[in-house]
Design a protein around this ligand. Structure first.
Ligand code: ASP
Length: 348
């Protein structure tokens, strides 16, 4: 194992996103440019006394085009380079960054090294860009070790605008502010000011630092996210539940996990359950947790077999289901694992 005094090494995986975009003079739209051009705008990278290498997606993508096959590609890159590097920085568009960070937290099981996602709201070539600070600090966090030579943050995280957040606890909450991400239901893992202050007691540590990485590649996306609203129509819910390939539903209910008590609604939930469809219950509120049974308006959901989603974010709920379905577990095992805190994603 490397010791604290070895030169730290970090692999940057550049997937795309605003951080590496430039304005097309003809159309005015933002388009991607490559990592070399990006590096020209951050000469500070060379001042790190680290070994820094980069892997670039070709072509880089706007994160709206992110998909499970590309998550698997990121996992493969990390697996192939796992022993050569102390940490990994993933440059990623902000739009779906919270989905990628949630997915990776499950796909990279038994992680002992930092995987830090970051990006920016303004391209790195622009004067007021937030990309430089985000990138430089993310590299520093990816390389940070304690006195015993262990990674300080052996987790999948998002670093954005001074805060390091657990990847599967984070949501994008603002489309224009630099301060674009929040971890509503879990404290931040570090704050970057003059110093980077780590909240050591909130950071997950592996049971065994020598455990090998267990990469997972298979995700099953036969899932849907369904947000309830007053007036939602029976035929629309019915047609969703009757999609033949549907395996699981993330239902975004009201408040602490409440939903209509109408007979048709409960009947459809029960029929879907009887056909083996897993339905999980998360709240539409950004902060707080589901407590099924707290109100009368969630008792019918317990009866219909919905699974409590606790304080899981929507991004995490949907990727956790894709992951569990992708591993080929039985329905019973998925129900059990859904209720288990696998990667720090829920507070039970
Ligand atoms: N559309 C961009 C993306 O997600 C936005 C960004 O990077 O901030 O790739």
């Amino acid at each position: 194992m490397k010791t604290k005094n070895d030169t730290p090494s970090v692999l940057i995986i550049y997937t795309g996103g605003t951080i590496g975009m430039i304005e097309n003079p003809e159309t005015g739209a933002l388009e991607n440019f490559d990592f070399d051009q990006l590096q020209k705008h951050v000469p500070e990278i060379k001042r790190f006394n680290y070994n820094i290498s980069a892997y670039q997606f070709n072509p880089p993508i706007d994160s709206s085009n992110m998909e499970p096959a590309l998550w698997a590609k990121i996992v493969k890159i990390i697996e192939m380079n796992y022993n050569q590097y102390d940490g990994f920085v993933i440059l990623h568009g902000t739009d779906t960054m919270a989905y990628t960070s949630s997915a990776l937290s499950f796909m990279l099981e038994d992680l002992t090294k930092p995987v830090i996602l970051t990006g920016s709201q303004l391209p790195i070539g622009t004067l007021r860009t937030d990309g430089k600070e985000n990138l430089i600090t993310a590299i520093e966090i990816a390389a940070a070790k304690d006195d015993e030579g262990h990674a300080i943050v052996p987790e999948v995280c998002i670093f954005f605008e001074n805060e390091l957040m657990r990847g599967n606890r984070t949501s994008k909450i603002n489309s224009e502010n630099f301060n674009a991400f929040r971890s509503f239901n879990h404290p931040v893992l570090a704050t970057a000011g003059i110093h980077i202050r780590y909240a050591h007691h909130h950071i997950r540590k592996p049971k065994n630092w020598n455990q090998p990485l267990k990469p997972h590649y298979d995700m099953n996306s036969n899932v849907v996210m369904l947000t309830l609203f007053p007036g939602i129509q029976p035929n629309i819910i019915q047609s969703i539940f009757q999609v033949s390939t549907l395996k699981a539903v993330v239902m975004k209910t009201y408040g602490s996990g409440n939903a209509p008590q109408k007979a048709w609604f409960v009947q459809q939930l029960k029929e879907a359950r009887d056909r083996g469809i897993i339905i999980t219950n998360i709240t539409q509120c950004q902060r707080g947790t589901v407590e099924m049974g707290l109100y009368e308006t969630s008792l019918q959901l317990i009866e219909a077999g919905l699974l409590c989603g606790f304080d899981c974010t929507p991004e995490c709920a949907v990727t956790k289901l894709m992951y569990l379905l992708g591993q080929g577990y039985s329905n019973e095992e998925i129900r059990h694992l859904w209720l288990t805190n696998l990667a720090g994603e829920i507070t039970i």
